[in-house]
Design a protein around this ligand. Structure first.
Ligand code: MSP
Length: 509
């Protein structure tokens, strides 16, 4: 089976921060999980490099826009590997193939009469890069950018979006998972209960020339959102409908922040419809992170840069925290104390201790050589069944992108394994030679539990997963989750080292 997941492409007017990292970690974790289950995954991210905002930032930096975009795009490309994020494709909207695709779609939609020249007077917000309606203003200002929009009057090209309104409403109603979580679906349906206006999809070159020229009128460039949204298919080679496009489109899920919901659930599906391209299966909107209770902003100087966090806490702890702390879809607050709490309790205490205790006992009682499990007792069966059943639950939760629930389920397994140690008391068995066989079975089951936990945490915490698999001596070919036969794959007789602590405790400052 093939699967395609995307993040938004990030504006190159700001350096990568926690919010960007979050969306990208989410998509990375999902794609790693699916790869672990042997699926053919395509994960795409990239940078959004045209438009007003970028032209302005480049002018402020005193360099040409392309040079500026190269510089900031590189920061994103360099940031992801440090967070163990491994996209298959990193698209830039200044890539030649992307530009060709945007122009091909525009030409097609124009030729069929869905794009026309009109004149427009309206209130334009540079931050949003779109015209706002009077109704959207709060005290005369754009509520997102806290600035009054500029009155602008000009000739422009329009996309007949209104034509697709009824069809879009119908699609959303018939496909209840198309916009997830449900609250966002209702928000979009409520927006669509008012007449949809046609969308201005050009900017005169006289006002903005940093964009993709319209193929049918060289005096205009393409509206940046039309350009940006097309990234999801340009890197798949569209308009060639064979190859990657044939294989991966329709996209399984576009992961986005709630602020760009309308672009993805109204503009994008209607563009696709007009171009005769099937719609993505799902758009999943997540919430926003605040930092220590406040909105992240340059003026508050509280923008959290991933690099700083990595140096202080390590990549895996950050990935774990972001995915565990809030239900995916809701807003969350990042605080150092909450992060340290999670590291100490979930990672150092629960998971770290499990791995150290079990490998230490195996080394103490069996010189690190894994015994063959023999007679199965009730608590062994219960442990084994719990693991088999819970692996299926994690799979379903991942399918629903319920990352925090999936982690909770995995941690139930960590607790079950820790409890298995307490209940079977290997230290007591070790004192009695007659219990040697039983001790061997207990140690096998315990290490097998660690193996499955190691595999299950890998998509969330790749380094930790690799460390656990290395300690257990699992071949890279076997680092996969198998629905069948998911218990008992460790080889008796294999050598297992005593693990160094995985997560040192962190003292509160
Ligand atoms: N370039 C557009 C997206 C085009 S997609 C075809 C854009 N870029 S952005 O850089 O401004 O934002 C990208 C994503 O980062 C958005 O999904 C946004 O929600 C997310 N975040 C930015 N700040 C955030 C937080 N503080 N918290 C969580 N995510 C946030 O929009």
């Amino acid at each position: 089976m093939s699967l395609y997941i995307t993040t938004p492409i990030y504006y190159v007017n700001a350096q990568p921060h926690l919010g960007h990292a979050y969306t990208t970690i989410v998509a990375d974790t999902y794609s790693r999980f699916r790869r672990l289950c042997k699926e053919d995954v395509r994960f795409q991210t990239g940078t959004d490099e045209h438009g007003d905002k970028i032209a302005e930032a480049a002018a402020a930096a005193g360099i040409p826009p392309k040079e500026y975009a190269d510089r900031i795009s590189r920061l994103f490309q360099e940031a992801w590997p440090l967070l163990n994020i491994e996209p298959d494709t990193f698209i830039r909207t200044t890539d030649e193939n992307h530009i060709r695709t945007v122009q091909a779609i525009l030409q097609k939609v124009y030729d069929q009469g869905d794009i026309y020249l009109g004149s427009y007077s309206g209130l334009y917000c540079r931050g949003c890069e779109r015209f706002l309606t009077e109704k959207e203003l709060v005290n005369g200002k754009c509520p997102d950018h806290q600035a009054p929009p500029q009155p602008i009057s000009e000739s422009n090209y329009f996309f007949r979006m209104s034509r697709y309104q009824e069809w879009l409403i119908d699609h959303i109603k018939k496909n209840p998972e198309f916009i997830t979580p449900e609250g966002y679906k209702n928000e979009v349906l409520s927006f669509l209960s008012e007449p949809l206006e046609d969308l201005c999809i050009s900017r005169p070159k006289s006002r903005l020339d940093w964009g993709i020229p319209l193929p049918f009128d060289a005096d205009f460039v393409t509206y940046v959102w039309f350009d940006a949204l097309t990234n999801y298919i340009s890197a798949l080679g569209y308009p060639n409908r064979e190859g990657d496009f044939g294989k991966f489109w329709p996209c399984d899920v576009h992961v986005i922040g709630k602020d760009i919901l309308r672009f993805h659930t109204v503009y994008w599906p209607t563009f696709l419809m007009a171009a005769g391209i099937p719609l993505p299966e799902k758009v999943f909107a997540h919430g926003w992170w605040t930092v220590e209770g406040q909105k992240m902003s340059k003026s508050l100087a509280n923008v959290v840069e991933p690099n700083m966090l990595i140096d202080k806490y390590g990549v895996d702890a950050i990935r774990y925290f972001l995915l565990r702390e809030v239900p995916f879809g809701l807003d969350g607050d990042f605080s150092h104390s909450a992060l340290i709490h999670r590291i100490n309790s979930d990672l150092a205490n629960d998971l770290g201790n499990l791995v150290s205790r079990s490998t230490a006992m195996l080394n103490k009682y069996f010189k690190g050589v894994l015994p063959t499990p023999l007679k199965e007792s009730d608590i062994d069966t219960a442990l084994k069944e719990k693991f088999i059943q819970q692996t299926g639950v994690v799979d379903e939760q991942m399918e629903a992108l319920a990352f925090n629930k999936a982690l909770q389920s995995i941690w139930e397994l960590v607790s079950a394994a820790n409890k298995y140690i307490d209940d079977s008391a290997p230290w007591a068995l070790a004192k009695d030679e007659a219990q040697r066989e039983r001790l061997g079975t207990v140690m096998y089951n315990l290490l097998e539990a660690v193996r499955l936990i190691g595999l299950l945490v890998t998509p969330f915490m790749p380094d930790t997963g690799v460390k656990i698999c290395n300690i257990l001596g699992i071949d890279s070919a076997d680092r996969q989750l198998d629905e069948h036969d998911s218990w008992g794959l460790l080889q008796p007789g294999s050598s297992i080292e005593k693990a160094a602590p995985l997560f040192p405790r962190i003292e509160m400052e």
